[in-house]
Design a protein around this ligand. Structure first.
Ligand code: MLC
Ligand code: AMP
Length: 476
Protein backbone atom coordinates (compact mmCIF):
# COMPACT_ATOMS: atom_id res chain seq x y z
CA UNK A 1 0.00 0.00 0.00
CA UNK A 2 1.33 3.45 -0.87
CA UNK A 3 2.40 5.62 2.04
CA UNK A 4 0.03 8.34 3.13
CA UNK A 5 1.77 9.71 6.21
CA UNK A 6 -1.22 10.17 8.46
CA UNK A 7 -3.56 7.45 7.20
CA UNK A 8 -0.83 4.81 7.14
CA UNK A 9 0.00 5.60 10.75
CA UNK A 10 -3.54 5.95 12.01
CA UNK A 11 -5.47 3.05 10.55
CA UNK A 12 -3.06 0.52 9.06
CA UNK A 13 -1.87 -1.29 12.13
CA UNK A 14 -4.82 -2.56 14.17
CA UNK A 15 -6.01 -6.18 14.04
CA UNK A 16 -9.04 -6.52 11.77
CA UNK A 17 -11.59 -7.58 14.32
CA UNK A 18 -10.48 -5.11 16.99
CA UNK A 19 -13.34 -2.76 17.86
CA UNK A 20 -13.07 0.83 16.64
CA UNK A 21 -16.48 2.12 17.57
CA UNK A 22 -18.32 0.42 20.38
CA UNK A 23 -22.07 0.13 20.10
CA UNK A 24 -24.26 2.38 22.20
CA UNK A 25 -27.66 2.35 20.67
CA UNK A 26 -25.78 2.81 17.42
CA UNK A 27 -23.68 0.60 15.25
CA UNK A 28 -20.39 -0.99 16.26
CA UNK A 29 -17.52 -0.92 13.83
CA UNK A 30 -14.33 -2.96 13.77
CA UNK A 31 -11.03 -1.61 12.51
CA UNK A 32 -11.47 -3.74 9.39
CA UNK A 33 -14.89 -2.20 8.93
CA UNK A 34 -13.38 1.26 9.35
CA UNK A 35 -10.63 0.60 6.82
CA UNK A 36 -13.16 -0.75 4.33
CA UNK A 37 -15.43 2.28 4.68
CA UNK A 38 -12.55 4.72 4.44
CA UNK A 39 -11.22 3.03 1.28
CA UNK A 40 -14.69 3.10 -0.31
CA UNK A 41 -15.42 6.69 0.58
CA UNK A 42 -11.95 7.73 -0.63
CA UNK A 43 -12.66 6.01 -3.96
CA UNK A 44 -16.01 7.80 -4.20
CA UNK A 45 -14.38 11.17 -3.46
CA UNK A 46 -11.86 10.53 -6.24
CA UNK A 47 -14.61 9.41 -8.61
CA UNK A 48 -16.28 12.75 -7.98
CA UNK A 49 -13.12 14.53 -9.05
CA UNK A 50 -11.41 15.23 -5.72
CA UNK A 51 -7.69 15.45 -6.38
CA UNK A 52 -4.72 15.53 -4.02
CA UNK A 53 -4.52 18.94 -2.35
CA UNK A 54 -8.20 19.72 -2.99
CA UNK A 55 -10.23 20.84 -0.02
CA UNK A 56 -13.20 18.75 1.12
CA UNK A 57 -15.47 20.85 3.32
CA UNK A 58 -17.83 19.17 5.74
CA UNK A 59 -20.61 20.56 7.92
CA UNK A 60 -22.51 17.61 9.34
CA UNK A 61 -23.89 16.43 12.67
CA UNK A 62 -21.50 14.31 14.68
CA UNK A 63 -21.73 10.64 13.72
CA UNK A 64 -19.47 7.72 12.77
CA UNK A 65 -19.81 8.95 9.16
CA UNK A 66 -18.03 12.15 10.16
CA UNK A 67 -14.97 10.21 11.30
CA UNK A 68 -15.00 8.05 8.17
CA UNK A 69 -15.25 11.14 5.94
CA UNK A 70 -12.35 12.83 7.74
CA UNK A 71 -10.15 9.79 7.21
CA UNK A 72 -11.40 9.21 3.65
CA UNK A 73 -10.63 12.81 2.67
CA UNK A 74 -7.09 12.45 3.97
CA UNK A 75 -6.78 9.02 2.33
CA UNK A 76 -7.80 10.59 -0.99
CA UNK A 77 -4.93 13.05 -0.55
CA UNK A 78 -7.36 15.89 0.09
CA UNK A 79 -7.45 18.52 2.82
CA UNK A 80 -10.33 18.07 5.26
CA UNK A 81 -12.13 21.27 6.29
CA UNK A 82 -14.68 20.58 9.06
CA UNK A 83 -17.09 23.35 10.05
CA UNK A 84 -18.99 24.00 13.25
CA UNK A 85 -22.58 22.87 12.71
CA UNK A 86 -23.74 26.09 14.40
CA UNK A 87 -22.43 28.27 11.57
CA UNK A 88 -25.12 30.12 9.66
CA UNK A 89 -25.56 30.16 5.88
CA UNK A 90 -23.81 33.55 5.75
CA UNK A 91 -20.83 32.19 7.65
CA UNK A 92 -20.76 29.08 5.45
CA UNK A 93 -20.61 31.24 2.32
CA UNK A 94 -17.52 32.99 3.66
CA UNK A 95 -15.76 29.67 4.28
CA UNK A 96 -16.74 28.39 0.84
CA UNK A 97 -15.28 31.46 -0.81
CA UNK A 98 -12.09 31.31 1.21
CA UNK A 99 -11.32 27.58 1.09
CA UNK A 100 -12.66 27.04 -2.46
CA UNK A 101 -13.33 23.35 -1.79
CA UNK A 102 -13.88 20.74 -4.49
CA UNK A 103 -16.86 19.41 -2.57
CA UNK A 104 -19.11 20.41 0.32
CA UNK A 105 -20.64 17.67 2.45
CA UNK A 106 -23.92 18.61 4.17
CA UNK A 107 -26.43 16.37 5.95
CA UNK A 108 -29.30 17.44 3.74
CA UNK A 109 -28.15 19.40 0.70
CA UNK A 110 -31.07 21.34 -0.77
CA UNK A 111 -29.41 21.95 -4.15
CA UNK A 112 -26.74 20.44 -6.41
CA UNK A 113 -24.27 23.20 -5.74
CA UNK A 114 -23.64 26.28 -3.61
CA UNK A 115 -21.41 29.08 -4.84
CA UNK A 116 -20.33 26.74 -7.64
CA UNK A 117 -19.25 24.00 -5.20
CA UNK A 118 -20.96 20.59 -5.64
CA UNK A 119 -22.98 19.48 -2.60
CA UNK A 120 -23.13 15.89 -1.41
CA UNK A 121 -24.55 14.11 1.60
CA UNK A 122 -22.60 11.61 3.72
CA UNK A 123 -24.85 8.89 2.28
CA UNK A 124 -23.77 9.80 -1.28
CA UNK A 125 -20.17 9.13 -0.30
CA UNK A 126 -20.62 6.09 1.93
CA UNK A 127 -22.42 3.87 -0.59
CA UNK A 128 -20.85 0.43 -1.07
CA UNK A 129 -18.56 0.52 -4.08
CA UNK A 130 -14.99 0.03 -5.20
CA UNK A 131 -12.16 0.73 -2.76
CA UNK A 132 -9.10 2.93 -3.28
CA UNK A 133 -5.67 2.69 -1.70
CA UNK A 134 -4.54 5.82 0.15
CA UNK A 135 -2.98 8.43 -2.13
CA UNK A 136 0.70 8.90 -1.23
CA UNK A 137 1.31 12.05 0.79
CA UNK A 138 4.38 13.54 2.38
CA UNK A 139 4.75 14.86 5.96
CA UNK A 140 4.57 18.49 4.78
CA UNK A 141 1.39 18.00 2.76
CA UNK A 142 -1.79 19.45 4.23
CA UNK A 143 -4.23 17.08 5.90
CA UNK A 144 -6.70 19.65 7.23
CA UNK A 145 -7.61 23.29 7.48
CA UNK A 146 -9.44 24.40 10.61
CA UNK A 147 -11.00 27.83 10.65
CA UNK A 148 -10.38 29.95 13.66
CA UNK A 149 -11.51 33.53 14.17
CA UNK A 150 -9.13 36.35 14.72
CA UNK A 151 -8.75 39.80 16.13
CA UNK A 152 -9.69 41.36 12.80
CA UNK A 153 -13.03 39.57 12.87
CA UNK A 154 -12.40 37.47 9.76
CA UNK A 155 -11.88 33.77 10.26
CA UNK A 156 -8.64 32.37 8.97
CA UNK A 157 -7.85 28.80 8.03
CA UNK A 158 -5.08 27.22 10.08
CA UNK A 159 -3.29 24.78 7.79
CA UNK A 160 -2.33 21.51 9.42
CA UNK A 161 0.10 19.12 7.81
CA UNK A 162 0.29 15.36 8.12
CA UNK A 163 3.36 15.85 10.29
CA UNK A 164 1.65 18.44 12.54
CA UNK A 165 -1.13 15.99 13.34
CA UNK A 166 0.89 12.81 13.47
CA UNK A 167 3.72 14.17 15.63
CA UNK A 168 1.19 15.38 18.19
CA UNK A 169 -0.77 12.13 18.17
CA UNK A 170 2.40 10.09 18.72
CA UNK A 171 3.45 12.23 21.67
CA UNK A 172 0.02 12.24 23.32
CA UNK A 173 -0.56 8.51 22.88
CA UNK A 174 2.69 7.83 24.67
CA UNK A 175 2.40 10.52 27.33
CA UNK A 176 -1.16 9.63 28.24
CA UNK A 177 -0.46 5.86 27.93
CA UNK A 178 -3.19 5.04 25.43
CA UNK A 179 -3.26 1.38 24.38
CA UNK A 180 -5.52 -0.99 22.48
CA UNK A 181 -7.20 -1.79 25.80
CA UNK A 182 -8.58 1.71 26.11
CA UNK A 183 -12.09 2.83 25.31
CA UNK A 184 -12.35 6.58 24.94
CA UNK A 185 -15.63 8.20 25.88
CA UNK A 186 -15.98 10.78 23.13
CA UNK A 187 -18.58 13.53 23.67
CA UNK A 188 -16.75 16.45 22.03
CA UNK A 189 -17.67 17.88 18.65
CA UNK A 190 -15.53 16.59 15.77
CA UNK A 191 -15.09 19.87 13.94
CA UNK A 192 -12.39 21.16 16.31
CA UNK A 193 -8.87 20.18 17.27
CA UNK A 194 -9.92 18.73 20.61
CA UNK A 195 -12.49 16.19 19.43
CA UNK A 196 -11.12 15.52 15.93
CA UNK A 197 -7.40 15.32 16.53
CA UNK A 198 -6.55 15.12 20.23
CA UNK A 199 -9.25 12.56 20.95
CA UNK A 200 -9.66 10.69 17.67
CA UNK A 201 -6.10 10.54 16.35
CA UNK A 202 -4.74 9.50 19.73
CA UNK A 203 -7.27 6.69 20.07
CA UNK A 204 -6.65 5.52 16.48
CA UNK A 205 -2.91 5.50 16.85
CA UNK A 206 -3.22 3.39 20.00
CA UNK A 207 -5.70 1.04 18.32
CA UNK A 208 -8.14 1.88 21.10
CA UNK A 209 -11.89 1.87 20.74
CA UNK A 210 -14.11 4.93 20.89
CA UNK A 211 -17.54 5.24 22.40
CA UNK A 212 -18.80 8.01 20.15
CA UNK A 213 -21.62 10.10 21.60
CA UNK A 214 -23.46 12.57 19.36
CA UNK A 215 -22.74 15.33 21.87
CA UNK A 216 -22.33 15.97 25.56
CA UNK A 217 -25.32 14.67 27.42
CA UNK A 218 -25.25 13.60 31.07
CA UNK A 219 -27.62 10.65 30.62
CA UNK A 220 -25.58 9.21 27.76
CA UNK A 221 -22.36 9.88 29.64
CA UNK A 222 -23.64 8.00 32.67
CA UNK A 223 -24.85 5.11 30.52
CA UNK A 224 -21.54 4.82 28.63
CA UNK A 225 -19.27 5.24 31.60
CA UNK A 226 -19.00 1.55 32.57
CA UNK A 227 -17.38 0.61 29.24
CA UNK A 228 -14.98 3.54 29.11
CA UNK A 229 -11.43 3.83 30.43
CA UNK A 230 -10.71 7.45 29.51
CA UNK A 231 -12.44 10.67 28.55
CA UNK A 232 -11.56 14.11 27.27
CA UNK A 233 -13.60 17.25 27.68
CA UNK A 234 -13.85 20.97 28.15
CA UNK A 235 -14.31 22.32 31.71
CA UNK A 236 -18.08 22.67 31.19
CA UNK A 237 -18.28 18.86 30.96
CA UNK A 238 -16.73 18.53 34.40
CA UNK A 239 -18.73 21.25 36.14
CA UNK A 240 -21.91 19.62 34.80
CA UNK A 241 -20.76 16.17 35.95
CA UNK A 242 -20.08 17.59 39.41
CA UNK A 243 -23.72 18.63 39.69
CA UNK A 244 -24.91 15.12 38.84
CA UNK A 245 -25.01 12.47 41.58
CA UNK A 246 -24.32 9.65 39.10
CA UNK A 247 -20.64 10.58 38.77
CA UNK A 248 -19.10 9.22 41.93
CA UNK A 249 -15.96 7.52 43.18
CA UNK A 250 -17.71 4.22 42.68
CA UNK A 251 -19.07 4.78 39.18
CA UNK A 252 -15.75 6.20 37.99
CA UNK A 253 -13.36 3.89 39.86
CA UNK A 254 -12.48 1.92 36.70
CA UNK A 255 -11.54 5.02 34.66
CA UNK A 256 -7.82 5.62 34.24
CA UNK A 257 -7.66 9.10 32.68
CA UNK A 258 -9.76 12.27 32.60
CA UNK A 259 -8.39 15.08 30.44
CA UNK A 260 -9.50 18.71 30.31
CA UNK A 261 -8.55 21.46 27.90
CA UNK A 262 -9.61 24.19 25.46
CA UNK A 263 -10.44 26.65 28.20
CA UNK A 264 -9.27 27.24 31.78
CA UNK A 265 -10.26 24.65 34.35
CA UNK A 266 -10.83 26.36 37.68
CA UNK A 267 -8.63 25.02 40.47
CA UNK A 268 -11.85 24.73 42.47
CA UNK A 269 -13.39 22.44 39.83
CA UNK A 270 -10.23 20.32 39.87
CA UNK A 271 -10.41 19.99 43.66
CA UNK A 272 -14.14 19.26 43.77
CA UNK A 273 -13.83 16.68 41.01
CA UNK A 274 -11.01 14.93 42.88
CA UNK A 275 -13.07 14.89 46.04
CA UNK A 276 -16.23 13.60 44.36
CA UNK A 277 -14.74 11.04 41.95
CA UNK A 278 -11.22 10.36 43.18
CA UNK A 279 -9.77 11.55 39.84
CA UNK A 280 -7.21 14.32 39.45
CA UNK A 281 -8.20 15.80 36.09
CA UNK A 282 -5.20 16.05 33.78
CA UNK A 283 -5.23 19.54 32.28
CA UNK A 284 -3.43 20.29 29.07
CA UNK A 285 -3.08 23.35 26.85
CA UNK A 286 -3.28 23.70 23.10
CA UNK A 287 -4.51 25.69 20.18
CA UNK A 288 -5.85 24.99 16.71
CA UNK A 289 -2.67 26.34 15.11
CA UNK A 290 -0.30 24.35 17.30
CA UNK A 291 -2.21 21.25 18.33
CA UNK A 292 -1.27 20.38 21.91
CA UNK A 293 1.53 22.35 23.53
CA UNK A 294 1.75 21.35 27.20
CA UNK A 295 0.34 18.72 29.51
CA UNK A 296 0.30 17.93 33.18
CA UNK A 297 2.14 14.67 33.83
CA UNK A 298 0.52 11.24 33.73
CA UNK A 299 2.47 9.93 36.71
CA UNK A 300 3.75 13.04 38.43
CA UNK A 301 1.81 15.74 40.21
CA UNK A 302 -1.11 17.23 38.30
CA UNK A 303 -1.20 20.77 39.60
CA UNK A 304 -4.57 22.52 39.49
CA UNK A 305 -4.48 25.89 37.80
CA UNK A 306 -1.48 24.89 35.68
CA UNK A 307 -1.28 23.25 32.27
CA UNK A 308 1.90 21.33 32.98
CA UNK A 309 5.08 21.06 30.95
CA UNK A 310 5.84 21.44 27.25
CA UNK A 311 5.24 18.17 25.37
CA UNK A 312 8.31 16.22 24.25
CA UNK A 313 9.59 17.78 21.02
CA UNK A 314 7.68 21.04 21.59
CA UNK A 315 9.71 24.13 22.53
CA UNK A 316 8.06 26.90 24.54
CA UNK A 317 9.32 30.30 25.61
CA UNK A 318 7.90 33.40 27.26
CA UNK A 319 8.60 36.62 25.44
CA UNK A 320 9.30 39.89 27.21
CA UNK A 321 8.58 38.58 30.75
CA UNK A 322 7.62 41.24 33.30
CA UNK A 323 8.79 41.47 36.92
CA UNK A 324 6.61 38.48 37.88
CA UNK A 325 7.90 36.43 34.95
CA UNK A 326 4.66 36.77 32.97
CA UNK A 327 5.28 36.80 29.24
CA UNK A 328 3.75 35.97 25.87
CA UNK A 329 3.73 32.25 25.15
CA UNK A 330 5.59 31.34 21.96
CA UNK A 331 5.90 27.86 20.54
CA UNK A 332 8.00 25.95 18.07
CA UNK A 333 7.98 22.34 16.94
CA UNK A 334 6.63 19.77 14.49
CA UNK A 335 3.14 20.46 15.89
CA UNK A 336 3.02 24.08 14.68
CA UNK A 337 1.04 25.14 11.60
CA UNK A 338 2.97 26.32 8.56
CA UNK A 339 0.52 29.26 8.50
CA UNK A 340 -2.92 30.44 7.45
CA UNK A 341 -4.56 29.38 4.21
CA UNK A 342 -3.95 31.95 1.47
CA UNK A 343 -3.19 34.60 4.07
CA UNK A 344 0.47 35.55 4.01
CA UNK A 345 -0.01 38.69 6.08
CA UNK A 346 -1.66 36.90 8.99
CA UNK A 347 0.92 34.14 8.78
CA UNK A 348 3.76 36.66 8.92
CA UNK A 349 2.16 38.48 11.87
CA UNK A 350 1.75 35.26 13.82
CA UNK A 351 5.42 34.26 13.86
CA UNK A 352 8.41 36.02 15.38
CA UNK A 353 11.27 36.84 13.01
CA UNK A 354 13.12 33.80 14.37
CA UNK A 355 10.24 31.47 13.60
CA UNK A 356 8.29 31.02 16.86
CA UNK A 357 4.49 30.95 16.77
CA UNK A 358 2.89 33.69 18.87
CA UNK A 359 -0.04 32.13 20.74
CA UNK A 360 -1.49 35.36 22.13
CA UNK A 361 -1.71 33.70 25.55
CA UNK A 362 0.14 35.03 28.58
CA UNK A 363 1.95 32.55 30.76
CA UNK A 364 4.12 32.12 33.81
CA UNK A 365 6.37 29.15 34.59
CA UNK A 366 6.95 28.04 38.19
CA UNK A 367 10.17 26.67 39.60
CA UNK A 368 9.15 23.11 38.71
CA UNK A 369 8.56 24.06 35.10
CA UNK A 370 4.75 24.03 35.25
CA UNK A 371 3.15 26.59 32.96
CA UNK A 372 0.10 28.60 34.05
CA UNK A 373 -2.00 30.53 31.57
CA UNK A 374 -2.53 33.82 33.38
CA UNK A 375 -4.28 35.82 30.70
CA UNK A 376 -4.61 36.58 27.03
CA UNK A 377 -2.96 39.28 24.98
CA UNK A 378 -5.65 38.60 22.36
CA UNK A 379 -9.18 39.88 22.72
CA UNK A 380 -10.99 36.56 22.90
CA UNK A 381 -13.94 35.04 24.75
CA UNK A 382 -13.96 31.28 25.37
CA UNK A 383 -17.46 30.06 26.04
CA UNK A 384 -17.95 26.37 26.73
CA UNK A 385 -14.76 25.72 24.75
CA UNK A 386 -15.88 27.68 21.69
CA UNK A 387 -13.83 30.74 20.80
CA UNK A 388 -15.57 33.99 20.04
CA UNK A 389 -13.58 36.96 18.82
CA UNK A 390 -15.32 40.16 20.01
CA UNK A 391 -14.30 42.01 16.85
CA UNK A 392 -16.42 39.72 14.69
CA UNK A 393 -19.51 40.24 16.86
CA UNK A 394 -18.88 44.00 17.19
CA UNK A 395 -18.68 44.32 13.39
CA UNK A 396 -22.10 42.72 13.00
CA UNK A 397 -23.69 44.76 15.81
CA UNK A 398 -22.17 48.01 14.50
CA UNK A 399 -23.74 47.34 11.11
CA UNK A 400 -27.27 47.28 12.61
CA UNK A 401 -29.30 50.39 11.79
CA UNK A 402 -29.47 52.64 14.83
CA UNK A 403 -26.24 51.40 16.44
CA UNK A 404 -23.40 53.90 16.84
CA UNK A 405 -20.82 51.54 18.32
CA UNK A 406 -20.43 48.49 20.48
CA UNK A 407 -17.99 46.59 22.63
CA UNK A 408 -18.18 42.83 23.10
CA UNK A 409 -16.54 41.09 26.05
CA UNK A 410 -16.68 37.98 28.19
CA UNK A 411 -18.35 37.79 31.58
CA UNK A 412 -17.97 34.92 34.06
CA UNK A 413 -20.57 32.20 33.53
CA UNK A 414 -21.07 29.26 35.91
CA UNK A 415 -21.70 26.71 33.15
CA UNK A 416 -19.73 28.00 30.16
CA UNK A 417 -16.78 29.59 31.98
CA UNK A 418 -17.37 32.80 30.07
CA UNK A 419 -20.45 34.12 28.31
CA UNK A 420 -20.57 36.74 25.57
CA UNK A 421 -21.88 40.17 26.59
CA UNK A 422 -22.15 43.44 24.69
CA UNK A 423 -22.36 47.13 25.50
CA UNK A 424 -24.06 49.13 22.79
CA UNK A 425 -24.23 52.86 22.16
CA UNK A 426 -27.19 53.90 20.03
CA UNK A 427 -27.13 56.51 17.31
CA UNK A 428 -28.76 59.79 18.39
CA UNK A 429 -32.53 59.70 18.10
CA UNK A 430 -32.80 55.90 17.92
CA UNK A 431 -34.45 53.66 20.41
CA UNK A 432 -33.46 49.99 20.21
CA UNK A 433 -33.96 47.51 23.02
CA UNK A 434 -31.44 44.87 24.05
CA UNK A 435 -33.88 42.18 22.87
CA UNK A 436 -34.23 43.77 19.43
CA UNK A 437 -30.46 43.83 19.04
CA UNK A 438 -30.09 40.21 20.12
CA UNK A 439 -32.77 38.99 17.75
CA UNK A 440 -31.34 41.06 14.88
CA UNK A 441 -28.13 39.02 15.10
CA UNK A 442 -29.90 35.73 14.64
CA UNK A 443 -29.23 34.21 11.25
CA UNK A 444 -26.05 36.22 10.72
CA UNK A 445 -23.96 34.90 13.58
CA UNK A 446 -23.84 31.35 14.92
CA UNK A 447 -25.96 31.29 18.05
CA UNK A 448 -23.07 30.55 20.41
CA UNK A 449 -21.54 33.91 19.35
CA UNK A 450 -24.68 35.94 20.10
CA UNK A 451 -24.39 37.97 23.32
CA UNK A 452 -26.45 36.55 26.15
CA UNK A 453 -26.70 40.04 27.63
CA UNK A 454 -26.72 43.44 25.96
CA UNK A 455 -26.43 46.68 27.87
CA UNK A 456 -27.37 49.99 26.25
CA UNK A 457 -24.94 52.71 27.35
CA UNK A 458 -24.72 56.44 26.68
CA UNK A 459 -21.02 55.99 25.89
CA UNK A 460 -18.29 53.37 26.09
CA UNK A 461 -15.68 53.76 28.84
CA UNK A 462 -12.36 54.68 27.22
CA UNK A 463 -8.87 55.28 28.53
CA UNK A 464 -6.74 58.32 27.79
CA UNK A 465 -5.63 56.71 24.52
CA UNK A 466 -9.24 56.34 23.41
CA UNK A 467 -9.19 52.54 23.78
CA UNK A 468 -12.38 50.92 25.08
CA UNK A 469 -11.84 49.64 28.61
CA UNK A 470 -13.40 46.19 28.47
CA UNK A 471 -12.20 45.50 32.01
CA UNK A 472 -14.51 48.29 33.23
CA UNK A 473 -17.41 46.85 31.22
CA UNK A 474 -16.74 43.40 32.63
CA UNK A 475 -17.05 44.74 36.15
CA UNK A 476 -20.54 45.89 35.28
C1 MLC B 1 -24.07 25.62 22.88
N1 MLC B 1 -24.52 26.86 23.08
C2 MLC B 1 -23.53 27.64 23.47
C3 MLC B 1 -22.40 26.80 23.49
N2 MLC B 1 -22.79 25.56 23.14
N3 MLC B 1 -23.47 28.94 23.77
C4 MLC B 1 -22.28 29.45 24.11
N4 MLC B 1 -21.17 28.68 24.17
C5 MLC B 1 -21.20 27.37 23.87
N5 MLC B 1 -20.10 26.63 23.90
C6 MLC B 1 -25.91 27.36 22.96
C7 MLC B 1 -26.63 26.94 21.70
O1 MLC B 1 -26.45 27.88 20.69
C8 MLC B 1 -28.04 26.87 22.18
O2 MLC B 1 -28.51 28.20 22.27
C9 MLC B 1 -27.95 26.39 23.61
O3 MLC B 1 -26.61 26.76 24.04
C10 MLC B 1 -28.12 24.90 23.75
O4 MLC B 1 -27.33 24.24 22.76
P1 MLC B 1 -26.80 22.76 22.97
O5 MLC B 1 -26.06 22.34 21.75
O6 MLC B 1 -27.89 21.90 23.49
O7 MLC B 1 -25.76 23.00 24.13
P2 MLC B 1 -24.95 21.97 24.93
O8 MLC B 1 -25.12 20.59 24.40
O9 MLC B 1 -25.24 22.18 26.35
O10 MLC B 1 -23.44 22.43 24.58
C11 MLC B 1 -22.58 22.95 25.51
C12 MLC B 1 -21.25 22.22 25.34
C13 MLC B 1 -20.78 22.39 23.87
C14 MLC B 1 -20.27 22.84 26.31
C15 MLC B 1 -21.43 20.75 25.66
O11 MLC B 1 -20.69 23.76 23.56
C16 MLC B 1 -19.49 21.70 23.60
O12 MLC B 1 -19.44 20.51 23.32
N6 MLC B 1 -18.37 22.43 23.67
C17 MLC B 1 -17.06 21.91 23.34
C18 MLC B 1 -16.34 22.83 22.41
C19 MLC B 1 -15.00 22.24 21.94
O13 MLC B 1 -14.89 21.08 21.59
N7 MLC B 1 -13.98 23.05 21.96
C20 MLC B 1 -12.63 22.64 21.55
C21 MLC B 1 -12.06 23.67 20.62
S1 MLC B 1 -10.40 23.18 20.15
P3 MLC B 1 -29.88 28.64 21.63
O14 MLC B 1 -29.91 30.11 21.87
O15 MLC B 1 -29.77 28.27 20.18
O16 MLC B 1 -30.93 27.86 22.36
C22 MLC B 1 -9.39 24.17 21.11
C23 MLC B 1 -7.95 23.84 21.18
C24 MLC B 1 -7.72 23.06 22.42
O17 MLC B 1 -9.86 25.03 21.77
O18 MLC B 1 -6.85 23.39 23.21
O19 MLC B 1 -8.46 22.07 22.59
P1 AMP C 1 -8.63 27.62 19.64
O1 AMP C 1 -8.21 28.87 18.95
O2 AMP C 1 -10.06 27.28 19.55
O3 AMP C 1 -7.77 26.51 19.24
O4 AMP C 1 -8.37 27.89 21.17
C1 AMP C 1 -7.07 27.99 21.67
C2 AMP C 1 -7.05 28.83 22.90
O5 AMP C 1 -7.76 28.17 23.93
C3 AMP C 1 -5.65 29.00 23.44
O6 AMP C 1 -4.94 30.01 22.76
C4 AMP C 1 -5.94 29.34 24.88
O7 AMP C 1 -6.29 30.72 25.02
C5 AMP C 1 -7.17 28.50 25.17
N1 AMP C 1 -6.85 27.27 25.90
C6 AMP C 1 -6.68 26.02 25.43
N2 AMP C 1 -6.43 25.16 26.44
C7 AMP C 1 -6.44 25.89 27.58
C8 AMP C 1 -6.25 25.59 28.96
N3 AMP C 1 -6.03 24.35 29.40
N4 AMP C 1 -6.31 26.62 29.84
C9 AMP C 1 -6.55 27.88 29.44
N5 AMP C 1 -6.75 28.22 28.16
C10 AMP C 1 -6.69 27.24 27.24
Amino acid sequence: MAANTLITALIDHQPGDAPFLTALGGQALSYDGLRGRVAQAAAELMRRGVEPGDRVMCQIAKSPAGLVLYLASVAAGAVFVPLNTAYTAAELDYFLGDAAPALLILDAPDADARGGVPLVSPGDLLRPGPAAAPVPRQPDDLAAILYTSGTTGRSKGAMLTHENLLSNAIVLTELWRFTADDCLLHALPIFHTHGLFVATNTALLAGASICLLPGFDLDRMAASLPAATAMMGVPTFYTRMLDDPRFTRQSMAHMRLIVSGSSPLLAETHARFAQQTGHAILERYGMTETNMITSNPYDGKRIAGTVGHPLPGVALRLSAPDAQGIGGIEVRGPNVTPGYWRNRDKTAESFTPDGWFITGDLGQIDDQGYLSIVGRAKDLVISGGFNIYPKEVETVIDALPGVAESAVFGVPHPDLGEAVAAAVVLAPGTDLSAETIISALDGTLARFKIPRQVRILAELPRNAMGKVQKQVLRQG
